[in-house]
Design a protein around this ligand. Structure first.
Ligand code: THU
Length: 130
């Protein structure tokens, strides 16, 4: 898997993050099976709980454009260690894919890589018999 185009898209969209409260900007880029790349950034709100992470924003942009099958996800953040997607984002991603390769990096280029099924095993187990 060549993550370079995805990482560069995530790096770029990070510039658009709305993060006045945490001052922690995140960019995400999702590669759809048809080759399209969908991006998202975190969008915070004065009512903190309404914040949407970059990863979920990317999923929602993809679904709105008709893409529901994905090959890979890249995330870029300015953190001491590369982030890994939060539990809510893992569950939303798991709605659409099990074996999604994920690479995250910080601005220094340190990397973390994992598959979604490792970050969130048994995502569908027990929910309405799925
Ligand atoms: N955030 C993301 O967008 N993605 C992650 O993987 C980690 C956290 C956002 C949510 C919030 O706006 C800020 O980073 C601090 O948690």
């Amino acid at each position: 898997m060549n993550f370079e185009p995805l990482l560069s898209a995530a790096w770029q969209v990070r510039e658009n993050a709305h993060a006045p409260y945490s001052r922690f900007s995140v960019g995400a880029a999702l590669l759809a099976e048809d080759g399209r790349i969908f991006t998202g950034c975190n969008v915070e709100n004065l009512s903190f709980g309404l914040t949407v992470c970059a990863e979920r924003a990317a999923v929602f942009a993809a679904v709105a454009a008709g893409a529901k099958r994905f090959r890979a996800l890249a995330v870029v953040s300015d953190s001491r260690e590369p982030v890994s997607p939060c539990g809510a984002c893992r569950q939303v991603l798991a709605e659409f894919c099990e074996e999604l390769p994920i690479r995250t990096t910080n601005l220094q280029g340190e990397e973390f890589e994992a598959c979604l099924s490792v970050l969130l095993p048994r995502a569908r187990a027990g929910i309405l018999g799925a």
